[in-house]
Design a protein around this ligand. Structure first.
Ligand code: SAM
Length: 347
């Protein structure tokens, strides 16, 4: 029998991960989630510039029954899942999702559900810019969490665990909701979101089949990972397969500069976020000493044309991008070239 996607996901909070919890309640009829974050994280020897101070706060969030958020990437109508169990990592293989409007079926593989518009095409091939295609390579996907990502520390990235701590302050208004880890790569943050118990469901999304394969394998290696709350989806960031206004949070780690069109991507993120939904992303800003480079703007434009990589030259540029795409309340935290930005869909 056809069941709506995601409705049978269990809402699970894991107290063991809520080390700072003051109060929490599980299996209460009105599931109330309270959590105190010490979110004001600073790297040991570096100075973060935080344009909006993150205060430790007590969060109270009512958790609602999970809704169907997956949509057809062609018409954005909700998809119907034909699996016997709820949609999760374990139940994808051999199952499929249907769009009743386009009459298109999206088949699940062992590792992920392909929700690109061209999914199922036999002869049509669409090469993306280098910054996207690079991460589709098997070798790059394999190396990503085995040394590649660790090098980001030289650009000021504090590392996944600290970045996760930093973003908690931004995500507190949407705790207990669903989160999309957009351009998840090998899933280093998807796994942290899944294990944290802070979200009722996690969608790990990437365009690269090989990154999703890595993500799947890393999850399989994790003990006691809550697989029932996580799915892996292949999709283009500029064509997100989610119902409009259905998503509580979108995270995009170290990815904005790889997207073929950041404005198309952020506009899509804005479309899928519900009012009050939160966007958190990290990327690099080439200012400071880079500003002294002659013709920097022209050089960056040329790099963009050749590789598809976009590097911002100021926080104001990123704020402008968010505002232009309908997001409000921009704030950011800096460390070297690294920046964590956040903005929200207006309520
Ligand atoms: C540098 S990795 C970031 C991975 C991870 N989020 C992190 O924080 O380390 C950039 C990711 O963006 C993905 N990506 C590039 N273009 C994309 C697109 N058009 N749609 C979705 N993901 C894309 C790549 O496949 C890659 O996994």
């Amino acid at each position: 029998m056809a069941t709506p996607v995601f409705t049978s996901l269990k809402i699970v909070f894991s107290p063991s991960h809520l080390s700072n919890s003051k109060h929490y309640s599980i299996n209460h009829p009105r599931r109330i989630f309270k959590h105190s974050f010490a979110a004001n994280v600073r790297a040991s020897s570096t100075a973060f510039v935080d344009t909006k101070q993150i205060e430790p706060v007590v969060v109270e969030k009512e958790v609602k029954q999970r809704k169907n958020i997956l949509a057809c990437p062609i018409c954005y109508e909700p998809l119907t899942w034909n699996g016997n169990q709820g949609l999760s990592i374990e139940s994808l293989q051999g199952s499929s999702s249907q769009c009743s409007t386009c009459k298109k079926t999206y088949a699940g593989t062992k590792t992920h559900l392909d929700l690109t518009a061209a999914s199922g095409a036999k002869n049509y091939i669409e090469p993306m810019p280098v910054a996207t295609e690079l991460f589709r390579l098997r070798l790059v996907s394999f190396l990503y969490e085995r040394g590649w990502r660790q090098n980001f520390i030289f650009g000021g990235y504090p590392g996944p665990d600290k970045e996760f701590e930093m973003m908690k302050g931004y995500l507190k208004p949407v705790l207990g909701g669903n989160i999309i880890d957009a351009s998840c790569g090998s899933g280093l943050f998807s796994r942290l979101f899944g294990k944290s118990g802070f979200f009722s469901s996690v969608v790990a999304l990437d365009y690269s089949e090989n990154m999703l394969q890595q993500c799947y394998e890393f999850i399989q290696q994790e003990e006691n990972f809550p697989k029932e709350n996580v799915i892996l989806v292949r999709a283009d960031i500029s064509r997100l397969p989610f119902v409009s206004s259905s998503v509580d949070a979108v995270h995009a780690g170290a990815a904005l500069h790889c997207w073929p069109s950041p404005s198309a991507a952020v506009a899509e993120i804005s479309r899928v976020l519900r009012p009050g939904g939160v966007f958190v992303a990290t990327t690099s800003i080439l200012d400071g000493p880079f500003s002294a480079v002659p013709f920097l703007k022209t050089i960056l434009q040329n790099i963009r044309q050749v590789s598809g990589c976009y590097f911002s030259q100021s926080e104001r540029e990123l704020e402008d991008l968010c505002i232009a795409c309908g997001l409000v309340g921009f704030s950011c935290i800096r460390n070297g070239t690294f920046v964590m930005i956040s903005a929200a869909k207006p309520c």
